[in-house]
Design a protein around this ligand. Structure first.
Ligand code: F0G
Length: 476
């Protein structure tokens, strides 16, 4: 088989800025060892997220010029609505400025104290919006999904038996919704099978619980179904997508992922009463029902992107490019989630840095090392993101300590990815030198975005000594 090439040519480029390792050491310290605090110009390859970072197509940019900016009844909205209806089969479409705005609306309405939301794995903002309403989120990922190094085709599946158990324990009336995240972002970008979605649908129907899809990466998930699930090899992706949504009562979507848009999202559903409540809240917090916090031009870009993302040449390239980097990691012995996910490579930081205990955040230590070594920005998905404290302020760690290298869509070429692999392997070869971190300052929710950290003092050495030793006393 020939090389799978990028299915596009480049019409417009933007520069990336180079820094030295010495400069990056200082930048890291100034950013309190939290790459969310780093200026993007100080990043060489930005793998922080695949969200809102896609390169739009010339077709999308042309759509931008056609945006109808009318406050109400914009023709861009109707094009957007038609695309969402066609793809999801859901009649009621509500635009929002991004995914979490859709979450805020739906969970404000359905959440509250004493309610439980079950999922394969809730993304951090989804969980935060559920908890903010007073409700609880319950992750019920299948057994394979918890074993990073063991390959399985659908590691994003919900454990259906566990779901049935939770429904019995908590009572169906206290569970306003089951949410399936496709693909499972917090668990390695792993797909959910159609069979699993069907099985969850059945359980939801029997218990009269609505089923929603967190649809951020619906096309990547659909392509995995085509590749891996029996009976779908010859089904066109748009048909797989239609079937996937046909089992759901509604969905939340961040158009910053599988719609190639730089901003945007939506809620779509079948229940008019619920949609009316959502729209009332939307007007209060996001904007009128035909723009929901977006400009008309954004609605155009999303409408076009939703179709483009289902192109199978694109999806073949997309899935292959993640696999390419994953395979390079595996070949060098770097512990990663296997098989490759749909949008990112996930390094198992616990296995990478076994000498750093979880309460010293091995994932964040690795994130910092990748930046220092090669200017690569990644994100920790572990105990910094999901850790909680018990009554005695002792860390309750996350299930896994992962570092995600998320690949923006249509942005980086193969040589960028080769460079990333080289840096990752360099860090791996000197992993024993890496040190853990301690938190200096944190917010009560979603702390990973803003937390300030410091390298842990090793063998009784103080932070001050560490600074002296590293020659970093130049900072104010
Ligand atoms: N659900 C999932 C599965 C996500 O991955 C995200 C965002 C959201 C909901 C929220 O959407 O950002 O538009 O408000 N994930 C980004 C990431 C931020 O980096 O994975 P949003």
């Amino acid at each position: 088989m020939k090389t799978i090439i990028e299915p596009f040519r480049i019409k417009s480029v933007e520069p990336i800025y180079f820094t030295s390792k010495e400069e990056r050491k200082i930048i890291l310290e100034k950013a309190f060892y939290n790459p969310f605090r780093i200026h993007a110009n100080d990043v060489l390859i930005d793998l922080l997220t695949d969200s809102g970072t896609s390169a739009m197509s010339s077709h999308q940019w042309a759509g931008i010029m056609q945006g109808d900016e009318s406050y109400a009844g914009s023709s861009s909205f109707f094009r957007f609505e038609e695309a969402v209806k066609k793809i999801t089969g859901m009649p009621l479409v509500i635009p929002t400025h991004q995914g979490r705005a859709a979450e805020k609306i739906i969970f404000s309405i359905l959440g509250g104290k004493g309610k439980y939301f079950c999922s394969n794995t809730l993304f951090d903002t989804t969980r935060a919006n559920i908890e903010f309403s007073g409700a609880e989120g319950i992750d019920l990922i299948c057994k394979e999904g918890r074993q990073a190094g063991v390959p399985a085709p659908f590691k994003g599946n919900i454990d259906v038996a566990a779901l049935i158990k939770v429904i019995k324990e908590k009572g169906a009336k206290n569970i306003p919704m089951v949410i399936i995240t496709v693909t499972n972002n917090s668990g390695g970008g792993q797909p959910v099978s159609m069979q699993n979605i069907k099985a969850v649908r059945k359980v939801c129907t029997e218990n009269k619980i609505p089923l929603f899809i967190d649809a951020c990466r619906f096309a990547e998930n659909a392509y995995f179904i085509k590749l891996r699930e029996k009976g779908y090899a010859h089904t066109p992706v748009p048909e797989i997508v239609n079937e996937l949504f046909s089992y759901a009562d509604g969905c939340t979507m961040s158009a910053k992922k599988d719609a190639f848009a730089n901003i945007g999202g939506f809620l779509a559903m079948r229940d008019l009463d619920l949609a009316t409540q959502c729209r009332n809240l939307l007007i209060m917090t996001e904007g009128f029902t035909t723009y929901g916090g977006l400009a008309g031009r954004d609605l155009e870009a999303i409408a076009i992107g939703l179709y483009e993302v289902m192109d199978e040449h694109y999806l073949q390239y997309r899935i292959r490019s993640i696999e390419y980097l994953t395979n390079k990691a595996i070949a060098a012995g770097v512990p990663v989630i296997q098989p490759a996910g749909g949008h990112a490579v996930y390094i198992d930081a616990k296995a990478f840095l076994p000498h750093i205990p979880v309460d010293q955040y091995p994932g964040q230590a690795l994130v910092c090392a990748l930046y220092e070594q090669g200017g690569i920005r990644s994100v920790e998905i572990g105990s910094l993101m999901f850790g909680k404290y018990d009554a005695r302020k002792k860390l309750i760690p996350a299930a896994m300590e992962l570092v995600r290298l998320a690949i923006p869509r249509r942005v980086y070429t193969q040589s960028h990815i080769d460079y990333v692999a080289e840096v990752m392997i360099e860090v791996f070869n000197k992993r024993n030198e890496l040190k853990g971190l301690t938190i200096l300052e944190e917010a009560p929710t979603l702390r990973h975005f803003t937390a300030k950290l410091q390298p842990i003092s090793m063998k009784g050495k103080t932070i001050k000594n560490f600074r002296k030793k590293s020659g970093l006393n130049t900072l104010k």
